[in-house]
Design a protein around this ligand. Sequence first.
Ligand code: GLY
Ligand code: MN
Ligand code: MN
Length: 510
Amino acid sequence: MHTFRRFSSQLCVRYPRRLVKSPLGVNRCMSSTEKPSDLLIHSSKIPKGILGQPTCHTHPHLIPNGQLTCGITQQEYKERRDSLLSKLLEESEHIHKSHILVIPAACKQFMSDKIPYVFRQNSDFFYLTGCLEPSAILVMVKLALDASYKTILFVHEKDSHAELWEGPRTGCSLAASLFGADEARPVENFNNYIHRIVSSTKPSVVWYQNESPANPEIHESVRSALRTGHVSLEEPQKYLHQMRVVKSPAEVELMKEACYIGSQSVNLAMACTKPGISEHAVSAILEYSSRMSGAEHAAFPPVVAGGARATHIHYVANNQILNPEDMLLVDSGSQRWLYNSDISRTWPVSGKFSKHHRILYELVLAVQKRLIELLSEHRPPLDHLFDHMCRLLGMHLQQEGILPRNIDNNELIGKAYRLCPHHVSHYLGLDVHDAPLVRRRVPVRTGMIVTVEPGIYIRPDDESVPPEFRGVGIRIEDDVLITDGEPLILTDACVREVDDIEAIVGKQSI
Ligand code: GLY
Ligand code: MN
Ligand code: MN
């Protein structure tokens, strides 16, 4: 890997950002809305000392001064809580009752016995708090007669024995000031608290995600508090996801970074691809490059699929050797400060597209480019984009003689759908399939980030297409920010044109 730096800087597309010093590979940019004076105003609110998560004081290489988490201030988290509560009250039929919102953090997950998986915070909880602590709980209480609301954060109290094993905790005495809450209480007190507050504020509305609860350990506490009568249950997630799906300027900056890191890692994987290398090694290069550039880890287990394995859309075994005649499909992303990129590219292992692979690749690329144009021209719902994909794929496949010419439009669209049976787009952000409660039937809006990912998957035994096109899967996926003007392709640093791919594949030694 000794030539990594030289080569990655050759691949590096200049990226117009105002940079803040960072010793890690990727520089942290200051958001276009941040002013140095804003940072100073808020910096005093972040407590000093070693806490349960990195802060601007203990990890200045990760978090610029004044921000609670990289790129996001305490004030922005507070504004999100304000907006959510206003939205819930607006939507509720019971505006004059008391309202209690409960959003749990994720719990630790264990692979076996006491061996934990890497902890991943619940995105809804993180979006509202910036808190990275497992099993914490956000509660917001708006009493019927009060104009304002109170934020209570339940966290783990400091405990020297637990901290000996797991590392430092923030504890109740500093959690309120760190997260800008009104109060912090120990998680052990949640059960009593929720019963007491629900009983004392009746009639009330409890906003809680009852279906697939984020923390099963507190689910029964909330359920039994609800059984005390004169309490109605409402699901807050739909409204929260409507907020999450439109990114703030600070979130857009974080997404640009995640997309840039992901793009460079796919470029490096392309550059390291040679006949004989394993899918496993390519997967390791993706991870290495992402982490060295400032990602926490991959956004999801990558697909690294050579030859006909690419026709299995969720192939993640990544355990074969790549042959010179194979195309290689990679679907990979990077997570940086919980924001994710999601990129697919397909390239020839030999570094040179065969005639038929090139036809298929250029066809998918033409469809993808047209879909991105359509996003700009019509701002369609993502479901309409999918309809466009089927129509465009069918038309191009017919033009190339891959699908028969003597079939009507409906049959053509049906055959195209069979060759690309996944959706062409999803929202992207804190989750890879972000804000899942926002329907794909709503038109896209400025500030949304969506993927555009047409593909074509032709099984080796698919006798409905000419033999020379069989046994190949191609997907091209970019992450696109919807703006008031042209959409911005956040992953445009990732090589995509045939000539550029051929110029890179195999050029890096490992
Ligand atoms: N990598 C998952 C997706 O593209 O949706
Ligand atoms: Mn995707
Ligand atoms: Mn993907």
